[in-house]
Design a protein around this ligand. Structure first.
Ligand code: COA
Length: 249
C-alpha cells in the first residue's frame, strides 16, 4: 500500500489525498492500487456517501509517473492507470474533486468521472497525450468532445493546449473557482452536503445522469488497446527518456 495516498473518513465522506509533492503528485502503480482499494472500500461501506479527491502540496497530480510508463509492458492489464480508470468509470457514489496546480493527463481525465469539481486559480489542466506520443485514456476521447465540444476537445487532445480554472468553469468542467486557502474546505462542505442527502435518491439520480456506462467502458478498453501499442513505440519511449533525463532520479 502506497504511503503517497492518504485515506481518511469523516461525516460520510471518504477523502483520498494524493501526497507525493516532490514529484508533483505523479501517480505510480502502487498509488493507483491504493486509490482503487479506497474506491472499493467506499462503495462497500454504507456509511460512506461521497468520495473527495484532492492533492497535497499545491498540485492535484502531474498524471501518470513517466518512469512507470517506461517500466510498463505492452500488456495494458499490467498498467495501474488502466485499472484505476476502469474502476472510477463505474464507481457508483458521487465524487467531488478539489484541484490546484498541475492537473495533467489522468489528472484532468479523471475529473470527467467526477460530479463536482472545485478549482483554485492556480489550477492548470492539460491532456498532452499526443505530445507524449500517446492517445487519450479514461474515455476522454469520448467524454471530452461530449463535455467541451469537438472544437475545444481538439485543442486539448490534439494540440495539447491547456486550460485554467476560469476556462474550465466556462466549459462546465469546473463548478467553481475558489481561492486556494478555501478550496479544500469548500469542496469538503459540498461533499458533506451531498453525503447528507437521502442516499438512495442521490445514487439513483447519479445513475440516471450518467446513463448506461457500457459505451464508456468499451471506449476505455479501445483506448487502452491503442495506448498499449503507443506506449511501447519508439517515439513514445524517446519522449519518456527525454523527460526522465531531466529528472534527478
Ligand atoms: N512523472 C514522473 N515525475 C514527474 C512527473 C511525472 N508525470 N511530473 C513531475 N515529475 C517530477 C519531475 O521529474 C521532477 O523531479 P526531480 O525533482 O527529481 O527532477 C519533479 O517532479 C518536479 O517537477 P518539475 O518538472 O521540476 O517541476 P516544474 O514546476 O518545472 O513543472 C510540471 C511541473 C507538472 C509542468 C512538469 O513536471 C511536467 O510537465 N510533468 C510531466 C507531466 C506529464 O506529461 N504527465 C503525464 C501525463 S499522461
Amino acid at each position: 500500500m502506497s504511503e503517497h495516498i492518504k485515506v481518511s473518513i469523516d461525516g460520510g465522506v471518504m477523502s483520498i489525498a494524493i501526497a507525493r509533492a516532490e514529484k508533483k503528485n505523479a501517480l505510480t502503480a502502487a498509488m493507483y492500487d491504493r486509490m482503487i482499494a479506497a474506491l472499493d472500500a467506499a462503495e462497500a461501506d454504507a456509511a460512506i456517501g461521497v468520495v473527495l479527491i484532492h492533492g497535497e502540496g499545491g498540485d492535484f497530480t502531474a498524471g501518470n509517473d513517466i518512469a512507470d510508463f517506461l517500466a510498463t509492458t505492452k500488456d495494458m492489464n499490467d498498467f495501474g492507470g488502466l485499472r484505476f480508470v476502469r474502476r472510477i468509470a463505474v464507481f457508483d457514489k458521487p465524487i467531488v474533486a478539489a484541484v490546484e496546480g498541475a492537473a495533467i493527463g489522468v489528472g484532468t481525465t479523471m475529473l470527467l468521472h467526477c460530479d463536482l469539481v472545485y478549482a483554485a486559480p492556480s489550477a492548470r489542466f492539460r491532456m498532452p497525450f499526443v505530445d507524449l506520443a500517446l492517445v487519450p485514456e479514461a474515455g476522454a476521447s469520448l467524454l471530452a468532445p461530449l463535455r467541451m465540444g469537438m472544437a475545444k476537445a481538439a485543442e486539448f487532445l490534439m494540440l495539447g493546449e491547456g486550460f485554467d480554472a476560469a476556462q474550465g468553469k466556462a466549459m462546465g468542467v469546473v463548478n467553481d473557482v475558489v481561492a486556494a486557502q478555501e478550496l479544500l474546505a469548500v469542496a469538503r462542505d459540498k461533499a458533506q452536503k451531498l453525503a447528507g442527502k437521502p442516499r438512495q435518491a442521490l445514487l439513483a439520480t447519479r445513475r440516471l445522469m450518467r446513463g448506461d456506462r457500457k459505451d464508456i467502458v468499451a471506449r476505455i478498453d479501445e483506448e487502452a488497446r491503442v495506448f498499449g501499442q503507443r506506449m511501447a513505440s519508439d517515439e513514445a519511449r524517446q519522449v519518456f527518456l527525454a523527460f526522465m533525463s531531466k529528472s534527478r532520479k
